[in-house]
Design a binder for this molecule. Structure first.
Ligand SMILES: [Zn+2]
Length: 283
């Protein structure tokens, strides 16, 4: 089977993870830009990170037969930091690059006025560049966060079919479904959504416009959770077509709106990227 993980932070994962993901069926992924766990202190720090998501990380993924794409943005946690906000002026030159398939992650963290401004500005950037947007819904106060997100989306030029609302759960799925946006679910090892809750949601709401991701990063997370959902769907009696719809065709359809998906990985690329080798530890 083929799996497309539409939200995973490979920068914080090991080479063994890439090998295990390939073994589990992962053939394509999208890596959204995000917070680094500590505050950035300048736009230059974002630019180095964006360059890595466009160069080094796709190279590393391709060594393991996995097609890598990214989404770029000023993330919600840093949207209120005046040292970081000027990266909004750098984004346009990155959003034209081939590996960028959406603007993201954007959205709310603490629902501050600064986050309002950054969200609206970046939805406009997505509209201007013909890109979809990956919109994170807050982990705290989910219902209010989603309501406020939908208000901002309605005022934007971006149509709902070009937006995925991520980190949804049982309390937010109906509202998200009514909005016409795509619905993203992040499957975690022991908190928030797990694969069995996901299967129950698929039974209730169907497979239409649903994306399932591992959202794996440097926190407690599991890059094989997409495969766990596939297995749980089969165990619950879903057909192979249903499984492939959720784990492959839906993310291809959503991110395909960028016109930039490259799903053929071909033979592994040369053993160095800009002079750096994975095999020798990047000396
Ligand atoms: Zn994320």
């Amino acid at each position: 089977m083929r799996i497309f993980d539409p939200h995973i932070h490979m920068t914080s994962r090991t080479t063994d993870d890439y090998a295990a993901m390939y073994e589990a069926g992962v053939r394509a992924l999208v890596e959204p830009s995000f917070w680094l766990g500590q505050p950035r202190t300048s736009p230059a720090s974002f630019c180095d990170y964006f360059d890595s998501l466009l160069g080094w990380e796709p190279y590393r993924a391709a060594q393991h037969g996995i097609a890598h794409h990214c989404t770029l943005a000023l993330n919600p946690k840093e949207a209120g930091d005046e040292r970081c906000v000027p990266v909004l002026d750098e984004l346009p030159r990155y959003l034209v690059k081939d590996g960028v398939v959406a603007v993201g992650e954007i959205g709310y963290d603490s629902m501050t006025p600064a986050e309002d401004t950054a969200l609206a500005a970046q939805l406009q950037l997505a509209a201007d560049h013909g890109l979809p947007a990956l919109v994170h819904t807050p982990h705290r106060d989910k219902a209010a966060g989603l309501a406020r997100t939908l208000d901002v989306l309605r005022e934007s030029e971006l149509p709902p079919e070009r937006v995925v609302l991520d980190h949804l759960n049982e309390t937010t799925v109906a509202r998200a479904a009514d909005s016409g946006c795509w619905m993203g679910f992040s499957i975690y090892p022991d908190t928030k959504m797990d694969e069995h809750r996901m299967v129950r949601l698929l039974r209730l709401h169907g497979t239409d416009r649903v994306l399932v991701n591992s959202a794996a990063d440097w926190g407690r997370s599991d890059p094989l959770k997409t495969r766990a959902v596939a297995d749980a769907m089969r165990a619950d009696g879903f057909t192979e077509d249903d499984v492939e719809t959720v784990l492959w065709h839906n993310p291809v359809a959503f991110y395909g709106q960028s016109g930039r998906l490259q799903l053929e990985t071909g033979p592994p690329p040369p053993s160095t990227h800009e002079g750096n080798s994975i095999l020798r530890g990047g000396d």
